[in-house]
Design a protein around this ligand. Structure first.
Ligand code: ADP
Length: 499
């Protein structure tokens, strides 16, 4: 490897941490308990800042404030155009502060700055503009009914939305969740992930600068079982949106069921197939499969983590994937040209290395990597396994790290069956020059997104979500608006049905 980042002095991030408290009623305040928790730099494990630790009492305060903002405040009563303009001003402010936002995101999450600056921050900004555009285009219907009735279907606000986001794309998840909820006119209580509280606090302050009335958006950093659990079980929360692991998704659904049956949308884990046919350009396929897995240190719910390769191109593909992984530049996220930073924390780091051991013990061929990089922080070598079999743990479970598993197949029918033989159903990649094969696979795969000859295309207008245990509901696009609206039928008799 060109660098041993764990052994180098970390580069000083070009940003200061300004906000570390809970954002409630437009002000930054301490947690009711006065407790704080550390958020760490994945490059070293050292503390960046101590952040107010919200728990049940803070969630209660936040939900009560959100309820007031919804019942009495100006936000739901403003014209849709005024709401649109607040969100547009917010997007402008995000653009103006893009460098600081990107630096915070990279510092807290260990993500290469070039990637956060080029992808995550612009995508989050674009997402806010996309939903700003929807604000004044949300409306109901008049439906024809049997009998002499005038039937209106009103699309009303859902009320107080609870949102729980993960650490792998904190800023983008903020935009996917907060954008549609606010565009509709709802109030929001957002719980950030304990590993990455900083960017959401920063942009939430910009949202207030853009004119969001106090109390409409609360940001509560804190831990899952305490703050997250309190939000999911709160009787005053009208809707819950969650992104995270499938195991936690089940808990969230249960907490909703045990409390007030709030509707829940879940965006969960995956074990997405990336299928390479024998008619494909191998060099391009290798690069795309590499990006599909290694992007964001492999910490993507939709990572292409089962690379299925046709037997006729298999050996060449494995050889070239090995070379590509060995060329991958691992290093300090603030260094130019770095493609891969550290994993988020020690727990994930250990878990990933545990999967490497399981792959080796299970009989897969370790083609390259498999170890840590350097001696400090949470850097993992880009790792490639070949000869992976369907029943191996590394082919079944979500690893969430830079570990590529390559499997061999012979026919389309076979690969469809094997690709679908999982409880997950988030995404799939298909790499082929045959339109017929692309269409067949796109229809046969039981997943929420199929990328044909591309991967990880996350335009704000494209719906995203999972089949099976990868989730419930869709985010992005017009689909996300439905999550934040109630449907009311209003029926009035018609005295003169002719009209
Ligand atoms: P990961 O394993 O990737 O950290 P999690 O599903 O545990 O994924 O975390 C995603 C989000 O869910 C985080 O904000 C986390 O704090 C929250 N969370 C974790 N456990 C719970 C829980 N029991 N109840 C509510 N939220 C939780």
């Amino acid at each position: 490897f060109s660098t041993e980042p764990g052994d180098e002095e970390p580069i000083k991030p070009p940003v200061e941490v300004k906000y570390t408290q809970l954002l409630i009623n437009g002000n930054f305040v301490d947690a009711a308990s006065g407790k704080t928790f550390p958020t760490a730099d994945p490059r070293t494990g050292e503390v960046i800042a101590r952040v107010a630790e919200g728990d049940e009492e803070d969630i209660n305060r936040a939900v009560a404030a959100a309820r007031r903002a919804f019942d009495e405040g100006p936000w739901p009563r403003m014209t849709a155009y005024e709401r649109c303009r607040v969100l547009l001003r917010f997007a402008d402010l995000m653009e103006r502060h893009a460098d600081e936002i990107a630096a915070l995101e990279s510092w807290d999450g260990g993500k290469p700055l070039e990637q956060t600056a080029r992808a995550e921050v612009p995508m989050a900004t674009r997402c806010m503009r996309y939903y700003a555009g929807w604000a004044d285009k949300i409306h109901g219907l008049v439906v024809p009914a049997d009998g002499p009735h005038h039937v209106q279907v009103l699309h009303e606000l859902i009320g107080v939305a609870g949102q729980i986001i993960p650490w792998n794309f904190p800023l983008l998840m903020f935009a996917w969740k907060v954008g549609p909820a606010l565009a509709c006119g709802n109030a929001v209580v957002l719980k950030t992930a304990e590993q990455t509280p900083l960017s959401a606090l920063y942009v939430a302050s910009l949202l207030h600068e853009a004119g969001l009335p106090d109390g409409v958006l609360k940001v509560v950093p804190g831990f899952g079982p305490t703050a997250g659990g309190a939000l999911a079980s709160h009787m005053g929360v009208d809707k819950l949106a969650f992104t995270g692991s499938t195991g936690t998704g089940k808990i969230i659904l249960e907490l909703s069921a045990r409390s007030n049956l709030k509707p829940v949308t879940l965006e969960l884990g995956g074990k997405s197939p990336f299928i390479v046919m024998d008619d494909a350009d191998v060099d391009q396929a290798v690069e795309l499969a590499h990006q599909a897995l290694f992007f964001n240190q492999g910490q993507c719910c939709c990572a292409g983590s089962r690379t299925f390769v046709h037997e006729r191109v298999y050996d060449e593909f494995v050889e070239k994937s090995k070379a590509r992984a060995e060329r991958r530049v691992v290093g300090d996220p603030f260094k130019k040209g770095v493609e891969q930073g550290p994993q988020i924390d020690g727990q994930q780091f250990k878990k990933i290395l545990g999967y490497v051991k399981s792959g080796v013990d299970g009989g897969a061929t370790l083609v390259t990597g498999g170890d840590r990089v350097g001696s400090r922080g949470f850097y993992v070598q880009p790792t490639v396994f070949a000869d992976v079999q369907d029943e191996m743990k590394i082919a079944q479970e979500e690893i969430f790290g830079p570990i590529q598993s390559i499997l061999k197949f012979r026919e389309v029918g076979e690969v469809v069956r094997r690709a679908n033989a999982t409880h997950y159903g988030l995404a799939a990649g298909v790499f082929t020059t045959s339109l017929d094969t692309a269409n067949t696979l796109a229809r046969a795969l039981r997943v929420g997104s199929v990328w044909v000859n591309c991967y990880d295309v996350f335009d704000a207008a494209i719906p995203f979500g999972g089949y099976k245990m990868s989730g419930i509901g869709r985010e992005k696009g017009a689909y996300s608006l439905r999550n934040y609206l109630q449907t009311k039928a209003v029926v009035t008799p018609l005295n003169d049905p002719a009209w």
